[in-house]
Design a protein around this ligand. Structure first.
Ligand SMILES: Nc1nc2c(c(=O)[nH]1)N[C@H]1C(S)=C(S)[C@@H](COP(=O)(O)O)O[C@H]1N2
Ligand SMILES: [Mo]
Length: 201
């Protein structure tokens, strides 16, 4: 496509940032299953449940209170596009552990979204310093199609793990595959290892 490639010089610089089998795009494509959910700040909540000492429910206002961080991340979609230097602001996932205490057996998290979309990650992976629950993108409020009011951003995994419209975090002792993981996508989804598809399907 026209205008999708960087000029020659910067392509050399950015080449080592593009995992195998990926091509660069300059705008974030909109990709999801199903419709964009409606948002009502009065009824929206984020639920932290499962293997936690005590369940926590954040209202929209409460969730906006913890300190904000800003990350610049390269993201890679399993369908083959990559985008460099995306800018996200929100709350670090690991900051949530100041608000909820996972039980010692909790080793995995299932992310629950509106309309039943889910994705699974090891708790350890979510504690990385670049994993964010984001509510701003490129210095603007997160647009509805990109997950408003809240999405997960996990730069080290293919982008289907970066769940939009997040409503619940379920702490679990055993791993449980999410929406795409059940349908044949790889359980881990590391772009640098080209973990696109799993063993099922
Ligand atoms: N809730 C929800 N989150 C989702 C999806 C979805 O279908 N529902 N699709 C995933 C996939 S497959 C991709 S590639 C990215 C796309 O994010 P974007 O539309 O912001 O580029 O969202 C991910 N998060
Ligand atoms: Mo995707």
């Amino acid at each position: 496509m026209n205008g999708m490639r960087s000029p020659k010089g910067s392509q050399l610089n950015t080449g080592e940032r593009i995992p195998p089998g990926q091509r660069l795009v300059s705008r974030l494509p909109v990709l999801h299953y199903g419709p964009i959910p409606p948002f009502d700040p009065a009824t929206w909540e984020l639920r932290l449940f499962g293997l936690v000492e005590e369940e926590v429910v954040f209202s929209y206002e409460q969730f906006m209170a913890p300190p904000t961080v800003r990350i610049v991340a390269d993201i890679h979609c399993v369908t083959g596009w990559s985008m460099l230097d995306t800018v996200w602001e929100g709350v670090l996932f690991r900051e949530l552990l100041n608000h909820v205490r996972p039980q010692p057996e909790a080793r995995y998290v299932l992310i629950h979204c509106d309309y039943g979309y889910t994705t699974n990650l090891p708790l350890a992976a979510l504690l990385d310093d670049d994993v964010l629950l984001a509510y701003r993108y490129n210095d603007e409020p997160l647009p509805p199609q990109y997950g408003h009011p809240l999405r997960l951003v996990v730069p080290k995994r293919y982008f289907w793990k970066s769940a939009k419209w997040v409503r619940g975090l379920e702490f679990m002792a055993r791993d449980r595959p999410g929406f795409w993981e059940v349908r044949g996508y790889h359980n881990d989804g590391d772009p640098w290892k080209e973990e696109r598809y799993g063993l099922i399907g």
